[in-house]
Design a protein around this ligand. Structure first.
Ligand SMILES: Cc1cc2nc3c(=O)[nH]c(=O)nc-3n(C[C@H](O)[C@H](O)[C@H](O)COP(=O)(O)OP(=O)(O)OC[C@H]3O[C@@H](n4cnc5c(N)ncnc54)[C@H](O)[C@@H]3O)c2cc1C
Ligand SMILES: NC(=O)c1ccc[n+]([C@@H]2O[C@H](COP(=O)([O-])OP(=O)(O)OC[C@H]3O[C@@H](n4cnc5c(N)ncnc54)[C@H](O)[C@@H]3O)[C@@H](O)[C@H]2O)c1
Length: 443
């Protein structure tokens, strides 16, 4: 690489779109810098996946106890303040840990907001830093409703920092964050109303399975109002009035605006250098290269069809490492990318979606898993899956709603990605009894 610049590769943002690839790149001898305006490690460890799944752990426990009620005696409740404190304890060391790994790899971490000066220069607090190649991995930030009183609403990060759980919460939107946080807050005792933008909850997931989760949440007291067009928020003493759909009014203690997340493409000087982007993010070619030759993008900030998730960001930053270190010149080839919504039960999917299969002449195998003895061990009440096979009986898609849907889908990924036939499947011995054994017996 070159010595004309301060760095061979400079990353803007320090999330998974950066660090999983930046570390091996630095270890391979490249001079690497990482600029971060906020917390090292970005969204996932600090105010995304890791924080959320920690808050969810007691929800799972209470659900299991509920299913085994009569065998497990006593009424389990979630102490929110302790739950939040536990989440803090579990994740608070992550930025230092990731920062330490970056430093140990020989990477310079530069704190501050980065802005492009020219194609090879980023300015941080008046200091110009130059690089041969630059990777933009600035991620997403919460979309905020543009209505009067919008400042009275909060985002997912604020929710995860609540030390006391408000009694009455309204959640705007019905996507991933809305459903996961409705599940957690409802289980911890809050009164939840979901104001839906349209008619559908979790549009990316198979509607019949989503309906099962929504019906269950309704039984637990969560209210869903469809086609609720929020027009304003107003302070009403200690409470907030939410105006929607003309003259409809809701009075609540706390508002979670979960109306989506938007790419961090503004205020970083992209216009100045003529770098192409749109409302969905930065446009890249099949080498993750932008319209400016030496500038690449990675992670959620990319305008892409793949789900904007941590494993995708890891795959992209690792691909860029291989490209920059000369290990590959090939275009990026995404493997099957699974996704899961951590409701209780979960909905997970990978490969061909159940909603797309019927139109394509594939074999669609739908199973009511509540009839499976293994799922009866802890009285699973909602457990279904759809397996999709091609003409050669290779598994090409799976969608499942169940308590262990994420583990089922994880377990089946090799079968989909490597097109396992009966010869490979028969060679596998699974631990018994286990979800893997129960799952693979379905193939
Ligand atoms: C509440 C929530 C829960 C989630 N749960 C899951 C989950 O369970 N599973 C999953 O796979 N995914 C989940 N995600 C998504 C996951 O967090 C993202 O896909 C992942 O973090 C993307 O990584 P990234 O590096 O592209 O972006 P980020 O992690 O967002 O990192 C971008 C970084 O860039 C920094 N930055 C931005 N602009 C600048 C600038 N100008 N100068 C310097 N730094 C800058 C930001 O401060 C940030 O640290 C969740 C997201 C949220 C919000
Ligand atoms: N389990 C996971 O992997 C996980 C969990 C949380 C978040 N995430 C990531 O974070 C991203 C963002 O999650 P999210 O829930 O914010 O987004 P989302 O896209 O899943 O949901 C946004 C919701 O807001 C609604 N909406 C859009 N515009 C609106 C408006 N003007 N008024 C009211 N509602 C409106 C949409 O109809 C939708 O229901 C996800 O796409 C995903 O990439 C992943």
């Amino acid at each position: 690489m070159t010595s004309q610049y301060d760095y061979d590769v400079l990353y803007l943002g320090s999330g998974h779109g950066t660090f999983d690839g930046a570390m091996p790149l630095a270890q391979s001898g490249a001079k690497v810098g990482v600029i971060e305006a906020d917390m090292i490690g970005g969204t996932c460890p600090n105010y995304g996946c890791n924080a959320k799944i920690t808050l969810d752990a007691p929800v799972e426990l209470t659900r299991t106890a509920e299913r085994l009620s009569g065998i497990v005696e006593g009424n389990l409740t979630i102490n929110w303040t302790q739950n939040e404190a536990h989440k803090e304890a579990v994740i608070k060391g992550l930025p230092d840990m990731i920062g330490g790994l970056l430093n140990d790899s020989g990477i310079d971490v530069i704190h501050g907001h980065g802005m492009f000066e020219d194609n090879h220069t980023i300015t941080v607090d008046g200091r110009s830093i130059t690089a041969d190649k630059i990777v933009i991995s600035t991620g997403l930030r919460p979309h905020r409703l543009d209505v009067p009183g919008a400042d009275l609403a909060h985002d997912s990060r604020d929710f995860m920092d609540l030390t006391t759980l408000p009694k009455k919460i309204v959640i705007i939107g019905s996507g991933y964050i809305s459903m996961e946080f409705a599940t957690i807050a409802n289980a911890a005792g809050a009164d939840i109303t979901v104001l839906m933008h349209g008619e559908r909850v979790l549009r990316q997931f198979y509607a019949p399975y989503v309906d099962k989760v929504v019906t269950d949440l309704k039984h637990r007291g969560v209210k869903f109002i469809s086609n609720a067009d929020v027009t304003a928020f107003e302070q009403d003493g200690k409470q907030i009035q939410v105006k929607y759909s003309g003259d409809q009014l809701l009075t609540v203690d706390w508002v979670l605006d979960a109306s989506g997340r938007i790419p961090n493409v503004d205020n970083i000087g992209l216009e100045k250098i003529g770098l192409s982007y749109n409302d969905s993010g930065i446009s890249v070619n099949d080498h993750l290269q932008t319209n400016i030759d030496n500038i690449y993008a990675s992670g959620d900030v990319i305008d892409k069809t793949q789900p904007k998730l941590t494993p995708t960001a890891i795959f992209e930053s690792t691909y860029l490492f291989k490209q920059f270190s000369g290990q590959t010149t090939a275009p990026i080839q995404y493997p099957v990318v699974p996704s899961v919504v951590f409701t209780s039960p979960r909905i997970a999917q990978a490969g061909m979606l159940a909603q797309d299969a019927e139109h394509n002449g594939y074999t669609v195998q739908q199973t009511d898993l509540t009839k499976d003895w293994y799922r009866q061990v802890d009285n699973e009440a909602i457990a279904d899956n759809t397996l999709i096979f091609d003409q050669q009986h290779h598994l090409i898609g799976v969608t499942e709603v169940s308590e262990q849907a994420e583990n089922v889908v994880n377990s089946l990924l090799p079968a989909i990605e490597f097109k396992f036939g009966s010869a490979e499947i028969e060679r596998l011995i699974h631990l018994f009894p286990s979800i893997g054994a129960a799952t693979w017996a379905q193939l």
